[in-house]
Design a protein around this ligand. Sequence first.
Ligand code: GLU
Length: 475
Amino acid sequence: MSDTKFAQQGMSFRQSVEHMVDHAIEIMDLDAGIGDALKVCKSVIQVSFPVEIDGHVEIFTGWRATHSDHRLPSKGGIRYAPIVDQDEVEALAALMTYKCAIVDVPFGGSKGGLIIDPKKYERHQLEAITRRFARELIGKGFMSPAKNVPAPDMGTGPQEMGWMTDTYRNLFPDDINYMGVVTGKPVEHGGVRGRNEATGRGVQYALREFFRHQDEVKSAGLEGDLGGKRVVVQGLGNVGYHAAHFLQTEDDCKIIAIIERDGAIVNPEGLDVDNVALYLRETGGVEGYEDATFQADGSSMLELDCDILIPAAMEGVITHENADKIKARVIAEAANGPVTYSADQKLQQRGVVIIPDAYCNAGGVIVSYFEWIRNLNHVRFGRIDKRFHEARGQKIITAIEMATDTKIPDWLKESIACGADEFDLVRSGLDDSMRLGMQEIIEKRRSNEKIEDYRMAAYVIAIEKIARTYRDIGY
Ligand code: GLU
């Protein structure tokens, strides 16, 4: 999958990320050595382990790479995919380092991968495989609440995270912070409300902030706000679904095409994202969905005329081959590494604005950070102060009504006298981080004429922050 796409262009995924980082380093005034230190992956482990499946033994192979540990724990998801390798895991771990730095999440970068097609296994088999993989990582020092904290990624979700946490707890029952060993857990088992939607929600917040900067919007060749913008989404998994769902239901975007594994469906009037998601769950594909035309060659729909393209499936889908045919004016990289290095250069020359992965999909790790804090605090956000704020709001309403002798309308009363619950707080924290991230990127690009695009600006911001830590505490 990823590897072939990148390999066809004579460059692996890791090399593609490195090239982008090199490019950023070139225009910065960095201490000798820091650039080199940044590019190496600090440690990586490969594990192979047997699991009995239906009476016979199968061997599974996986990796966990720690790209950086200047801040601890190192953080990043674990993906389950039929094709994944060390190179890909290292590239993704590096992206996690930059991602955390850009949005000020105080973690290092890590990533894991296991070669498996999860769809081929039953639940109890997946549980056995996941628990065994977790034991391997824990035993080798690649998973603990203080040093290395996994999360969901492609092919994994709250269920796998729950099993991993329980495996750790069984091994270390005296660790009072065991819940913090993994994020993205089920809400009933230490997860935080809003983590599941977080990455897609973050993509929405990133686009909203971009559209608050009308001069930037104009330079992309667009105008106005998000309402009515024509959006193409590739991949209706957790990230793509939530991004498309929120953009459609809250920002009035038109989702004119959805690209899935079996092809794409197109409707210039806009697709009903929730209906499509339901259909996809029931039939396993999008072919046959009423109210749309079907295109068997799904990836050709990346080239559809639209305002915003959201690749939310996998890496290496926009390459030097199709880059010139992309008609979108804005690409929001919801997946990690969807645009290869050479495609990035071509798109940039044509003035296509790319909101880069290392920022655009950081919503997941931002809310993972909140979950980890919640786990270390052993208390749900809002539990202590929700009623207090409600009572204070009530008093303010009474005071205003008494002083002005006018009744405040009920709808306004409700919002003034409302204490924030965990969902509200997580969403507002995520919104704030995404807004600040985009603002910093825009400012950084404007501040230096050598910085031509947002990706470069994002990398420069990340490298500056990491370099500062290196200078202060050494590598
Ligand atoms: N797998 C997600 C990512 O690539 C989330 C990582 C995390 O929450 O640690 O950003």
